[in-house]
Design a binder for this molecule. Structure first.
Ligand code: SF4
Ligand code: FES
Length: 247
């Protein structure tokens, strides 16, 4: 008779199957581990490190770390929360995230994870990088100021759309998102609003045109309940799309 394997996450028993990461098993059990570059539909990427947890005294990213039996995992101590806050603060100062003027405010995963993690100020000095907005596409605008380099659009365009519209160029602090077209503009690429890549951005970097500020403040995704209950932006977009198809 086979017994289920399990580990403890903040004292709660979580069952897992062979091949699961800590994140896979936790999300399936309804336990929230904050994350930004993770989307269960794609191969784990392990770049944002916001899913940092402590496993038997060692810090790892939950989205890439295989689950092991009887592990004691800390996802919520002040030590872990404080490191997560620092990572979030670095993401905020590294780009230009002007939340009060952003139409994604209230429905942005970066902002929602920051609220969940009790990040109340940026702490670090803002970089104020010079970045552009690409409005060359008929249906979609890209605001590079808000890109957190999660590479979800890169993975979606490559692995699902089979178009390779996006990639990351440069290294370290000079890393940036680029569009694979002759002009480097989205309008000259094969990108379409029906692409998977158009619906995975956790922040307000890839935005549909013609429907700006459609939902008023107070009715946006995370306005009434936290991300730990509501879940990811992309998952909610998929279920909204499914409802539209059924209507
Ligand atoms: S545009 Fe959005 S999905 Fe693409 S890398 Fe930047 S933040 Fe991630
Ligand atoms: S969600 Fe795990 S590293 Fe980004």
């Amino acid at each position: 008779m086979s017994t289920k394997k399990n580990f403890k996450l903040d004292g709660k028993t979580i069952n897992f199957e062979d091949g699961d990461t800590i994140m896979d098993a936790a999300l399936r059990a309804g336990a929230y581990i904050p994350h930004l570059c993770h989307n269960p539909e794609f191969t784990p990427h392990g770049s944002c490190r916001v899913c940092i947890v402590n496993v038997n005294g060692r810090q790892v990213s939950a989205c890439t770390q295989p689950a092991v039996e009887n592990a004691e995992i800390d996802n919520a101590s002040e030590e872990i929360m404080s490191q997560r806050r620092s990572l979030l603060q670095m993401l905020f100062v590294e780009g230009n995230h002007v939340c009060p003027g952003c139409e994604k405010s209230g429905a942005c995963q970066l902002q929602a994870v920051a609220y969940y993690s009790n990040m109340l100020e940026p702490h670090f000095t803002h970089f104020f990088p010079q970045r552009s907005v690409d409005a060359s596409h008929a249906d979609t605008a890209i605001d590079f100021n808000r890109c957190i380099l999660c590479e979800l659009c890169v993975r979606a365009s490559r692995d699902v759309d089979h178009k390779n519209v996006f990639s990351i160029d440069g290294r370290g602090i000079n890393s940036h998102l680029v569009i694979n077209s002759a002009s480097g503009k989205l309008g000259d690429s094969t990108f379409s609003m029906t692409d998977k890549a158009a619906h995975v951005c956790p922040v307000g970097a890839i935005l549909p045109k013609h429907q700006g500020y459609e939902k008023p403040i107070g009715e946006r995704l995370y306005d009434k309940q936290p991300i730990s209950i509501i879940g990811d932006v992309a998952a909610n977009e998929s279920s909204e799309k499914q409802k539209d198809v059924e209507q």
